[in-house]
Design a protein around this ligand. Structure first.
Ligand code: 1CP
Length: 353
């Protein structure tokens, strides 16, 4: 079995005792870091950066040089998968992601096929191998993908959306068509994550960023079962050694159903109580979260107070991975991030009594 310099993050996901609460940050590589902006400029664009394994490795490691983080996350994007399915991704500053060929009818759904991850997405696997080599077991590497539902929102809407009108019209007007699309996307995501595991990621996270836009019945029909399929496949691919975390933003009210997928971790946004969620679920699953990303605008002393409040809400040491409830914002002061990371370690340290 692979050995790590610091395996606190994996221990927390497996439910093993840890010396302190591990921490990483959603979107820890990104625009709030000046060194990221410099490397992105060197690459040419965001997509060029994703497609360059050496530079993707460099930006993955940048936050680890600044902060005492307990995990690294692959630098890539969830939208590489629909791009590899032929939809034509572009990303423009201020506008966000756009697909040239959105999926709007039965013919477009029928034309979709799951890409070969070592071929069309070979640049991501090369990045995983490069990063895993550079990390050399210092901390675990998290691989990731978007959930089928969240990817489908971008594929049908053609980009970001405020109300998800087109994809929601599809699930209510033509549920069978929506299921055909989600089925193909789930096959694509499964193969993509299995390939990331084979290439060297140590844990997997599925981002269901827009699952919370669904009502409960629709979530249970159009998002959750496809994530359950992915959990089952990834765990089988690695003989259960690679933990899987599911993050449904806005999904705090559905945690029992999420836990029933057999996932190892549940990512929570900032809206609910970690302690209450823990009481509902027991100790069979790890909770990840859930400080409000906006709280990093606060001055350092208030950030420490907020960290203490999140740790206190979770309660006695247990299955907790500290994180923000969603991605860090591009105008956060990196010094404030250091305050948060150090406070998590210091305030959660299980010293001798
Ligand atoms: O200008 C730039 O540099 C591009 C900004 C950017 C970055 C830094 C985008 C475009 N993607 C990323 C990297 C990224 N995306 C990571 C990697 C690294 C890390 O965490 O350190 C990850 C895990 C993602 C995942 C991602 N992309 C999600 C799920 C997580 C979440 O934040 O909810 C989603 C929804 C996306 C889509 C996407 N890609 C980029 C943007 C601006 C968006 C959001 C668009 C929208 O709001 O609809």
């Amino acid at each position: 079995m692979k050995t790590f310099g610091n395996d606190t993050f994996l221990r927390a996901l497996r439910g093993e005792p840890t010396d302190y609460t591990p921490v990483w940050i959603m979107r820890q590589a990104g625009r709030y870091l000046p060194e990221y902006r410099a490397t992105r400029a060197e690459a040419g664009s965001f997509l060029d950066l994703c497609r360059n394994p050496e530079l993707a490795c460099e930006v993955t490691l940048q936050p680890l040089r600044r902060f005492d983080l307990d995990a690294a996350i692959l630098f890539s994007d969830i939208l590489t998968v629909p791009d590899a399915m032929g939809l034509g991704l572009s990303l423009n500053e201020g506008i966000g992601p756009r697909f040239e060929r959105p999926v709007r009818d039965a013919a477009a759904v029928a034309a979709l096929a799951a890409p070969d991850p070592e071929d069309e997405l070979g640049y991501v696997m090369d990045a995983v191998r490069t990063i895993a080599g550079a990390l050399d077991g210092r901390v675990p590497l998290i691989g990731f993908a978007g959930s089928p539902w969240t990817l489908a929102t971008y594929m049908v809407e053609g980009g970001s959306s405020r109300d998800f009108k087109r994809i929601k019209a599809m699930i209510y007007e033509s549920p069978a068509l929506a299921h055909r699309m989600l089925d193909t996307v789930a096959d694509a995501v499964t193969a993509y994550l299995e390939a990331q595991v084979a290439a060297g990621v140590d844990a997997v996270m599925v981002f269901d960023t827009w699952g919370g836009s669904l009502g409960w019945r629709a979530y249970r029909e159009f998002s959750l079962p496809y994530m359950a399929r992915i959990v089952e496949a990834v765990k089988a691919a690695a003989d259960g050694t690679v933990p899987v975390t599911l993050f449904t933003k806005g999904g705090g009210q559905w945690v029992e159903a999420i836990a029933a997928t057999g996932c190892d971790g549940i990512g929570l946004d900032w809206t609910g109580s970690l302690g209450e969620t823990r009481r509902r679920l027991g100790e069979g699953v790890t909770l990840q979260g859930n400080m409000d990303p906006m709280s990093l605008y606060a001055p350092p002393e208030a950030i420490r107070t907020e960290v203490a409040a999140v740790l206190d809400d979770f309660g006695a040491p247990g299955r907790h991975v500290f994180n923000l409830g969603h991605g860090i914002l591009p105008d956060i002061d990196p010094d404030h991030v250091a305050v948060m990371v150090d406070a998590v370690h210091e305030l959660s340290a299980r010293g001798a009594p």
